[in-house]
Design a binder for this molecule. Sequence first.
Ligand SMILES: [Zn+2]
Length: 410
Amino acid sequence: MEKYDIIGYPRLVRLNPNIPWKTRGNGAISIQVGKDGKKKIKIGEINGKDIVSSLELTHDLEKSDNKKIKNIVKEIVEKNARIEDENTNPGFVILKDQPDGETYKKSVTQIVTISEIKSFLNSIGADFEGYKNCRGLIGATSAIAWSPLLDRTYELISYRQQRRWGTKRDVDSKSVKKMDTSCKTTFDNYDYENKHNRLVPNSPCPILYGIRGDDVKDLVKASSIVESEPVDSWLIFETNQGTDDHLQKKNIADVQSYQSVIVKGSIVQNPYTIDGGHVIFTIKDTTGTIDCAAYEPTKEFRNVIRNLCMGDVVEAYGGIREQPLTVNIEKIHVEHLTTIVEKIENPVCPNCGKHMKSKGMDQGYKCKICGTKSDKPIVREKKRIIHTGFYEVPVCARRHLSKPLKRMYR
Ligand SMILES: [Zn+2]
């Protein structure tokens, strides 16, 4: 079988997180390959063997290479894909040139149909193959179309020995905390408040853990700190995780189901808690109103939200569910806090110097001696517990694509 070099890092690309029929993480993988690569670097280990990648291409592939590459990919997909799983609809795409960024942008922010992607692939003369309903073609195409030029992060993924697949993972939380504090360019490692080790997936997949970060060297160091069951193999991916690529700034009236948006407005309905512990409030801009929600899984983030009140101006970042249109908040920028006043005592009569008496709920006040009326009690400004600035959901509730505040202030 012909051998090809991997160019750069394999790419792990996350797509629209609000698609109801998505696979768990809505991720896709792309790999660039060539021949006679130069400047080789180590990007992983499989079966004790170093996996190297070339940073530069010596020369381009021939058209005839397409068929050879297709055979290699086809064999791997057909051998490894869990075709029998009803949600597994794999697909692969081989392209000589990267499609324009619009293809990626659409798949990370909106809904792309299978027929749309097939006609696109046909129009550019792509080599591709889809299995079952062929939905995998959407991810495959988009993963090739993503460019890491604007923003990107890395993830070091380590894999379990096959005999352990499906069993409980052994990854020591104490070592994860140690890694978290000593490798500053990593993120979303450990949730201290909720005691949640975010490195470890919940599904029974072959992944042991994934460490996300901005710096490849730091990731390798980080994985040497994490203590776990034996690592079978590991590989570093370049990814769009933690980039906020899924978000679009929108007027409230333009918000649609399944999008992820940034909407700005003033709060017109105070936060309130509904059954299940979800906290809801309503914001308004010049085009309309929309509900925003901090759902129960966002834990202590809900307490931040509860401190907001009518008149505050916020920018909410989050995904939109199908119905009703509600922003599932991933993070929030509190731009302006309104002044809240609280009554401390009844007004004093300007003639008699005595406190007036209340005439009843919302009825104002009246001096018992001279009859002078007032509707203004003595007030003071209430101290707000919340400050302006950004707040984000805890690590345990973080979405793959959400940019952690840690990355925003860098
Ligand atoms: Zn009086």
